[in-house]
Ligand binder design. Sequence first.
Ligand SMILES: C[S@@+](CC[C@H](N)C(=O)[O-])C[C@H]1O[C@@H](n2cnc3c(N)ncnc32)[C@H](O)[C@@H]1O
Length: 196
Amino acid sequence: MNVFDEIATHYDEDLFHQVVAEKLISGLADAPCPRLVLDVATGTGAAAFAAVQHLGARRVVGVDLSAGMISRARAKSAVQDPESRITWTVAPAVPAPVPDASVDLVLCASSLHFLGGAALRDWQRVLRPGGNIAFTLPMASSFRPTGEFASLVAADLPLPRDADEAAAVAAGFRDATAHRLDAPDGKVVFLVYASV
Ligand SMILES: C[S@@+](CC[C@H](N)C(=O)[O-])C[C@H]1O[C@@H](n2cnc3c(N)ncnc32)[C@H](O)[C@@H]1O
């Protein structure tokens, strides 16, 4: 059992995760309806469900290393994904379990800081030409992971201090933009969008 398995049962009680995922998806409202979405480190599926419900995604692959988190996502599927458009997969995020050049949209909410630069490089592989990425990163000064979570943070991806630095994380992609999202408790997250 990993540390995310241990928190899976109560994970959805922190509503901020849901807010971040919903905000991330709302920034994609003008994008074409995606045929295949990859939700990287999907957790309990907030971004995957939002992609189905708000973007009309036809198929979503939600991948996460934690069987406990995926189990929670599956439990919500009957209500939140009644057409079973989402496939849940327990697996490492990198390499993502999808073929090269097959994905229209990569999502990664509240997770890229655990995955590091290898995930960004893998997204270049999986995306179709013209495909999009949307991810979030916490602002460096507001991120205080403790215990085992701190040891899981990727060393090769410095957290952004501002929106410009957040957009620069997507330097290998085109048209990167970043927007700041402030939580009432002082947490700050950047929502980053780009395409290949
Ligand atoms: C803070 S949660 C975010 C979950 C979800 N995306 C959300 O928005 O609520 C981070 C997730 O990253 C997953 N994770 C961390 N490292 C991973 C890896 N190497 N491969 C796959 N999933 C990973 C954890 O299991 C956990 O579910």
